[in-house]
Design a protein around this ligand. Structure first.
Ligand code: 8DG
Length: 158
């Protein structure tokens, strides 16, 4: 008999993505996905699929430029997970200039805003794999330089 423990999601070949965790005053730069892309209307971080031959960092700089019209500096790999639909996602701490002027590409992004981890976690439209990211951070599976897990995280997450 095979073991009965639930299997962790396994990545599907060729399905790799990278996302940027951009911080300002204890808030994350979040986007609402447009109605014409996969997962329409969902709240998540900027990012996208890694193209053949690209490194995670190069793909992320390209995606942030495409979606938000700004140049980004990729800093620190924070986490990796596999979504329920088999995409392997790498999560990178990313910096932008203080005075960066965001110009969204409306084909991909409906809106952007700064959101506290609390607001993001409780958002009804949050992309499900981002819940895993935030909950893992809240359990201190990894740290995000520049922001501490709030003391009342368990109350928030519960
Ligand atoms: N952009 C983004 N994608 C995420 C996040 N979390 C997460 O699991 N993903 C997943 C969703 C998708 O499976 C994959 C990225 O897909 P995407 O649709 O944004 O990529 P893309 O812009 O390159 O898409 P396309 O040009 O091929 O249509 O990563 C996140 O915070 N931001």
């Amino acid at each position: 008999m095979p073991p009965t423990t639930p299997a962790s999601p396994q990545p599907s070949p060729g399905k790799r993505a990278v996302v940027g965790v951009i911080l300002w005053q204890n808030q994350f730069l979040t986007i609402r996905r447009s109605q014409t892309v996969a997962a329409p209307g969902k709240i998540c971080f900027p990012g996208g699929k890694i193209q053949a031959g690209e490194s995670e960092e190069v793909a992320l700089v390209r995606e942030i430029e495409e979606e938000l019209g700004i140049s980004a500096t990729v800093s620190h790999r924070l986490y990796e997970n596999v979504t329920g639909w088999g995409t392997q996602v790498a999560w990178w701490l990313t910096h932008i200039e203080e005075d960066a002027q965001v110009q969204i590409n409306e084909e991909e992004v409906a809106q952007w805003c700064w959101m506290t981890p609390h607001t993001m976690l409780r958002h009804p439209d949050l992309l499900s794999s981002n819940r895993d990211f935030l909950e893992s951070w809240g359990r201190s599976t990894f740290a995000i330089p520049g922001i501490a897990v709030p003391d009342n995280w368990d109350e928030i997450a519960g």
